[in-house]
Write a protein that binds this ligand. Structure first.
Ligand code: PGA
Length: 269
């Protein structure tokens, strides 16, 4: 049975009080049964101001973790509005998204900036979740492979194996393939297309860091209860980065539970 990584990106939603109510509900519904450290890892990515209260509300059992949606690549200084990776780590945050498409398209994060953030996250002892994916125009023009290669290679340019091989947590890094046209649109990638890009990503990772190197690869883009079994059963999709459906405990956990149900009924991996 493969371990599933269920990561929830709340974006700019939920007040701190709502975030805490979510955590309480989540903790009640994830007691025992399908929820143990061997079968699932959950990470929540609240807005900055909710990270500390969320992390404090979560037990340190390795099943549910707290992350940030972004972080800056310098330790301190005149960067109005920014939060450093060290600051995130200091409040108990363990994970950080890097290169989310909304950071790239709305806030102007370039491939080079994403690379600097990735390195800084690793050096600060955080687990980066490197997000990447093509636009609809790029897919239709047959450029998907080229775009994915460019985004991944430029993000990890200059990193060496030791940097991605181990920090205080395992895995030390995750990839999240999120085709831009599938994010927040209700239109997910076909499981076979998502699998193809995730397999390509794993090959690129191994090519770059050696045949023994590996990391979990998430698919993101309109993942919900009704499509999770098909997506998560693909061999190179280890989990989901979920936006909209992560805002309610029921729909968030339904993604995982539906997959396990389908698995128990047979027919999928
Ligand atoms: P979505 O968002 O699940 O609402 O499509 C995914 C993401 O942006 O990570």
């Amino acid at each position: 049975m493969k371990k599933v990584f269920l990561y929830g990106n709340w974006k700019m939603n939920m007040l701190p009080v709502e975030a805490l109510a979510f955590c309480n509900d989540l903790l009640t519904r994830t007691k025992g049964g399908l929820y143990n450290a061997a079968s699932i890892e959950i990470a929540l990515f609240p807005a900055y101001i909710s990270i500390a209260p969320v992390v404090q509300a979560l037990p340190d059992d390795g099943i549910i973790r707290g992350g940030a949606q972004d972080g800056w690549f310098e330790d301190r200084g005149a960067y109005t509005g920014a939060v450093s990776m060290d600051m995130l780590r200091s409040v108990g945050c363990t994970h950080v998204l890097v290169g989310h498409s909304e950071r790239r398209s709305i806030f102007g994060d370039t491939d080079a900036l994403v690379g600097r953030k990735l390195r800084k996250a690793l050096n600060a002892g955080l687990v980066p979740v490197l997000c990447y994916g093509e636009t609809l125009e790029e897919r239709e023009a047959g450029l998907t492979t080229k775009v994915i290669e460019r985004q991944l290679k430029s993000a990890w340019e200059g990193l060496d194996v030791a940097e991605i091989a181990g920090g205080r947590l395992t895995p030390a890094i995750l990839l999240a393939y999120e085709p831009i046209w599938a994010i927040g649109t209700g239109r997910n990638a076909r499981p076979e297309d998502a699998q193809e890009v995730c397999a390509l990503s794993r090959n690129l990772f191994k090519e770059r860091f050696g045949p023994d190197a590996d990391c979990p690869i998430l698919y993101g883009g309109s993942v919900k209860e009704s499509n999770s079994a098909e997506l998560l059963s693909r061999p190179d999709i280890d989990g989901a980065l979920v936006g909209g459906a992560s805002l309610k405990v029921e729909s968030f956990l339904g993604i995982y539970e539906n997959y396990r149900r389908a698995q128990a009924e047979g027919g999928i991996m």
